[in-house]
Design a binder for this molecule. Structure first.
Ligand SMILES: C[S@@+](CC[C@H](N)C(=O)[O-])C[C@H]1O[C@@H](n2cnc3c(N)ncnc32)[C@H](O)[C@@H]1O
Length: 216
């Protein structure tokens, strides 16, 4: 591995800029065009400026966009961060569909509101999951907050029939029950076995997976 690849292999998303994206994309495990939608690039730039290291990775973003393209009505996100996930969702939706996203940190929510001032299909709210309740039911909900992932009951009540919950940030695992760091991953186990959902874990890269759970 050359020096450049070694550096990118240990990248910190806080170092991202839109200029670096084509190089970063060389390290992904699946085939994808190197360009990202302009609004995603701007959200990645904000992530870099803010030193925000937990931005949604590009592989997951592409999955969000592809799923969003099949959705109508209201899509939502819990944990806006610097807006990367919302921007990917926005890049996929069509027709009258819209995206609502909630961020607990009011200062960060305000920065993303400014970033999305001309993105009329995205609404950024400041608060926890309860601020999203008034927009429910959702046709897709991207859950990117660790604590909320544990709350299957809360999330189930926000979803319309056929609505998809996308839960980010798992590490792929070949066993049942799923194991992470030497322990049963009870959160993942719960999502994959809950009767209210039909669920699957999907690898988006060698080291990353998401759970997609569709409300029955
Ligand atoms: C993993 S980051 C989200 C990254 C973002 N979804 C993206 O696409 O780049 C998690 C974010 O959730 C926010 N957060 C934490 N707890 C929350 C809660 N209960 N409700 C809403 N946001 C929360 C954090 O402040 C942080 O910005």
């Amino acid at each position: 591995m050359g020096d450049e690849r070694a550096r990118l292999g240990a990248y910190n998303p806080g170092d991202w800029s839109s200029d670096a994206l084509p190089m970063l994309c060389e390290t992904v495990a699946v085939s994808a065009p190197p360009d990202v939608p302009p609004l995603v690039a701007r959200a990645l730039d904000l992530s870099r400026k803010e030193g925000f290291i937990t931005a949604t990775r590009t592989e997951t973003g592409r999955l969000l966009a592809a799923l969003a393209a099949s959705r109508t009505g209201t899509l939502a996100e819990l944990g806006t961060g610097c807006g990367v996930g919302s921007a990917w969702l926005d890049s996929g939706i069509t027709g009258d569909a819209r995206v609502v996203t909630a961020e607990l940190d009011p200062a960060l929510a305000e920065k993303v509101q400014e970033l999305f001032v001309e993105a009329q299909r995205i609404e950024v709210t400041s608060g926890d999951w309860s601020t999203l309740e008034r927009y429910a039911p959702f046709s897709l909900l991207f859950v990117d907050v660790r604590d909320v992932k544990r709350s299957v009951d809360v999330v189930a009540d926000l979803m319309g029939t056929g609505g998809m919950v996308v839960l980010d940030d798992f590490t792929p695992c070949q066993t049942w029950p799923p194991v992470y760091a030497g322990r049963v991953d009870v959160v993942r186990e719960q999502w994959l076995a809950d009767d209210r959902f039909t669920a699957v874990e999907v690898m988006v890269a060698e080291d990353a997976s998401v759970v997609i759970a569709t409300r029955r």
